[in-house]
Design a protein around this ligand. Structure first.
Ligand SMILES: C[S@@+](CC[C@H](N)C(=O)[O-])C[C@H]1O[C@@H](n2cnc3c(N)ncnc32)[C@H](O)[C@@H]1O
Length: 401
């Protein structure tokens, strides 16, 4: 069944619904690149749950997992022990166990495998979480969703508790769960090729009040592909060389050889040595103090590309505050780099957990089409504003409502 898009114009299509459901209605091989950041495990509530039945005035403060009551693992059923109301929620991230979380992501990825062109790329941003008891007492997570940003930290903790997520089911309290890697291994087992595990270092990471461990400053971005050969434009993301003038001059920059030209220090250079011997005449003129086997080869120079260097797998990118109410957005620098490298010009970029459409903004800036899916229509409205589609554009009427 094809869903009517929430928004469809200007090269942007937004669908409102569960990622797996919407993806299953999309055609095979219709997307070139996926850049996405699903909800992390047990850390957020995206305000999509609703109580069915029970007493109206009940605060539903005592909730228990009710998985046995449904065959559908996507329906995160909880029952209020006081009034019997059933909580329905299809959002990712509030599964009862880490394995349930991973299994649901595997379902999403099974669909992504189908809608992605064979030589497409998937960039998956995941953060980790600790095994911890659900903290504190709470009221209805609908009232405490991330959309009510002000008291964010408390309300998030409360929401997680209300959803009856117990992160201590897998490991004793205080354990780092290793969710990104557990997920990556599961996806490998499903046939995905894991090409990179990029460390996204956040220089401006939020301080943590912890006293008995180090504060966390990074998340992981996995590059996954369907097959061994895939679209990848390294030139599009090369970084400027620190000293472009060094190309062809046998100058080694950085590392132990800093300040040396072709591994030859200043004194040796004054005496006329070069990488190929004194004035380039012969190799025997090289300084012998490290032995011939350790003599400079000049090989390091071959790695330096005239268009710039490979940005490597540690990306230092500051988070950027979002004035809108969606505060789990990643900085646009991430999708910009992923799309530039992993999506051909005029290709289609997809984010099945679109949120405030940061991936969409990057796709548009780089001239690619965008398809975004999110369970919560409020986030699409934020996305439409950020994409500047709301003025004069002729999208679907529901978006403006
Ligand atoms: C971490 S946020 C994504 C933020 C996004 N990368 C950005 O920069 O704006 C995760 C998003 O997944 C959405 N989500 C949660 N469960 C979902 C589901 N079952 N299907 C689709 N979207 C879902 C949430 O509403 C939330 O907006």
């Amino acid at each position: 069944m094809t869903s009517i898009p929430f928004w469809d114009s200007d090269g942007v299509t937004l669908h409102c619904g569960d990622a797996t459901d919407v993806l299953s209605a999309m055609p095979d091989s219709s997307v070139h690149c996926v850049v996405t950041s699903p909800p992390y495990y047990g850390l957020r509530d995206y305000g999509t749950g609703r109580w069915v039945g029970g007493a109206r005035d009940c605060e539903h403060s005592k909730v228990r997992h009710a998985a046995a009551e449904t065959d559908d693992p996507a329906l995160q059923h909880r029952r209020c022990e006081r009034c019997g109301a059933l909580r329905e929620d299809r959002q990712h991230g509030l599964e009862a166990t880490p394995q349930d979380y991973i299994n649901r992501l595997r379902d999403v990825f099974a669909q992504l495998h189908r809608v992605l062109v064979p030589d497409g790329t998937v960039w998956l941003n995941l953060g980790d979480s600790y095994s911890a008891q659900p903290p504190g007492r709470t009221r209805d997570p609908m009232a405490n969703s991330t959309l009510h940003g002000a008291a964010a930290a408390t309300t998030l903790r409360d929401s997680v508790r209300a959803a009856a997520v117990d992160r201590t089911r897998a490991l004793p309290p205080k354990n780092l769960l290793g969710m990104p890697w557990r997920t990556a291994f599961a996806l490998q087992a499903d046939g995905w090729i894991l090409r990179n595990a990029i460390i996204w270092h956040k220089p401006n990471a939020m301080p943590e009040s912890v006293q008995d461990r180090l504060s966390n400053r990074y998340e992981t971005i996995f590059l996954l592909t369907r097959q061994r050969k895939y679209y990848f434009d390294l030139d599009a993301i090369r970084e400027p060389l620190a000293r472009p003038e060094a190309i062809g001059q046998h100058i080694v920059i950085g590392g132990n050889n800093k300040g040396r030209h072709a591994g030859i220090d200043a004194t040796a250079r004054r005496r006329g040595h070069t990488a190929t011997g004194r004035y380039g005449a012969n190799r025997t003129a090289m300084p012998r103090w490290r032995g011939d086997s350790l003599a400079p080869t000049g090989r390091q120079h071959d790695a330096r590309h005239p268009s710039g260097k490979n940005p490597g797998d540690v990306w230092s990118m500051s988070t950027r505050p979002l004035r809108e109410a969606h505060f789990a957005a990643f900085p646009i620098d991430i999708p910009l780099r992923c799309i530039a490298a992993g999506c051909p010009p005029q290709g289609v970029v997809l984010d099945p957990f679109s949120g405030a459409a940061t991936t969409g903004m990057a796709a548009r800036r780089l001239g690619r089409e965008y398809v975004g899916i999110d369970l919560n229509p409020e986030y699409h409205r934020i996305g439409i504003r950020r994409l500047r589609l709301d003025s004069g554009s002729n999208g679907d009427a529901r978006a403006a409502a």
